[in-house]
Design a protein around this ligand. Structure first.
Ligand code: NI
Ligand code: MG
Length: 477
């Protein structure tokens, strides 16, 4: 007889992370499911809209990553117009994406995750947050907030205060930058580098005493997926798709984004609004893959900038010759990516191409199908559009980073639960809740439950038998 810890749909509370843990016959945790309820109906909603509207509409899909949708949508539009995006526009879009990655990674590391490992896993939740961090380490908390502001400043400089939803458009961008704007970013860079180095030193110090977390927070073999450049280098807004395995071997390479459906299938789970994608050739069982910072650092040959590459060499030691397989090291990867972004931004502030006038190419509908792929902070974002001859959307498929990581998040939660749920027990101990929360945070999913900047993630966990009998429920606000 199997039992499971499960979420009762009746007790669902909006904005909470809902976790179910299924036990096997011996009362061990067999698997887990993170129920995602916040991604609803946008694909259908977009049908009948015009291609030009899509960046603005899709930027409203997610309050957490509007920039990523804006950029992926514009790229899908480029493919349908079949235009070459002007150099200035490509670089300006890239600059915005770099700003987005910096601000998002800074929020994830400094605000949301570092209180756990800096203040201690069992510090009361009332203190284990950014306020507790500010009380104990005020300079660190302030520096983290400033680093996030640096990224936001770049986004606002390009897209306007509220991020004009039409800033990126099929064929290019609507407005450029001037020298004064770039100089402002340039003046801020030394502080941004210094804060990133503080974060790196701090996290590397934490690693020595967190062997157990490295071992249990999502440490398992899987595939990794993301964009790479033509020589396999780290990419964030361009290039082609690559899959590697946990031995570090390339499984599929230089896959044109428009061919993604040959390699990625989406499994529908009735309990979730988010589909669970997997690597098609290996099926839903063997085809689990991860995206995002950990994946991007595993799949790339080099990052291509000196400081980030030096850190990458250190990061790879955790892979012992293969891929780095612990999701706890997403945090480390995130910091290295901030460094990579800053080094690229430092090149762009001197790049005269960004000041060119030609920022938009115009064309009519030249293809009836286009796919745009961009690396969001959390991982690969796919926008797949079909249009009619008038440019009205007839079919839309979106695969978001949090979807790609869905199966990996489930496996991570199960692995953590196995370490904390006593076989045969119906207890859901408090230490487990903190650690489940952190296991999810490793992936930095863009869901409102995960991004409460202050305080803990609201969680609901239930223990239910296979016949549906609820054995235990824990709800934490
Ligand atoms: Ni999002
Ligand atoms: Mg989809």
């Amino acid at each position: 007889m199997t039992r499971r810890i499960l979420i009762d749909p009746v007790t669902r509370i909006e904005g909470h992370a809902k976790i179910s843990l299924r036990l096997d016959d011996d009362g061990h945790v067999a698997d887990a499911e993170f129920h995602v309820t916040e991604f609803r109906g946008f694909e259908k909603f977009c049908e009948g809209r015009t291609l030009a509207e899509m960046p603005g509409i899709t930027a409203r899909i997610c309050g957490i990553c509007p920039v990523s949708h804006l950029l992926a949508s514009a790229k899908a539009g480029d493919a349908i117009l079949a235009v070459r995006v002007p150099t200035a526009a490509d670089k300006l879009r890239r600059l915005m994406n770099l700003g987005q990655i910096v601000q998002s990674h800074a929020l994830s590391f400094f605000h949301l995750s570092s209180p756990d490992f800096l203040l201690g896993w069992d510090t009361p939740p009332a203190q284990r947050n950014v306020f507790g961090l500010a009380a104990q380490k005020p300079e660190l908390a302030r520096a983290g907030i400033r680093l996030r502001q640096f990224g936001q400043e770049i986004i606002e400089m390009l897209g306007g205060k509220k991020i004009h939803p039409g800033w990126a458009v099929p064929g290019g961008v609507r407005s450029g930058v001037d020298r004064a704007m770039l100089d402002k970013i340039k003046a801020w860079l030394p502080e941004a580098f210094a804060t990133t180095q503080v974060g790196l030193d701090l996290f590397k110090g934490v690693l020595d005493t967190h062997a157990r977390e490295i071992e249990t927070y999502g440490n398992f073999p899987s595939l990794f997926m993301g964009l790479v450049g033509p020589r396999g280098e780290w990419e964030h807004h361009g290039g082609k798709l690559r899959f590697t395995d946990s031995n570090g071997q390339i499984v599929a390479d230089q896959i044109d984004p428009k061919q993604y459906a040959a390699l990625i299938a989406e499994q529908v789970q009735p309990s979730s609004y988010l589909k669970s994608p997997y690597y098609k050739p290996l099926g839903p069982q063997g085809g689990l893959y991860r995206v995002g910072p950990l994946a991007r650092l595993n799949i790339c040959s080099t990052i291509g900038t000196p400081r980030a590459d030096a850190e990458l060499a250190n990061f790879r030691k955790f892979g012992h010759g293969g891929a780095v397989t612990s999701s706890f090291l997403y945090h480390y990867a995130r910091l290295i990516e901030i460094l990579a972004c800053l080094e690229r931004i430092a090149l762009y502030v001197h790049d005269e191409d960004l000041l060119r006038d030609h920022i938009r190419s115009d064309a009519g509908i030249n293809h009836l199908h286009g796919v745009g792929v961009s690396e969001a902070p959390r991982g690969t974002l796919i926008h797949d559009y079909q249009v009619d001859e008038n440019g009205l959307l007839t079919k839309v498929n979106l695969i978001i980073a949090t979807g790609h990581n869905n199966l990996a998040m489930n496996r991570t939660v199960a692995q953590i639960a196995r370490a904390y749920v006593k076989p045969g027990s119906t207890e859901i101990p408090e230490p487990l809740l903190n650690r489940i929360e952190h296991g999810i945070r490793c992936y930095d999913p863009c869901l409102s439950c995960s991004t409460h900047a202050v305080g803990q993630m609201p969680l609901i966990v239930q223990l239910v038998s296979p016949t549906g009998a609820i054995l235990n429920t824990v709800a934490r606000d």
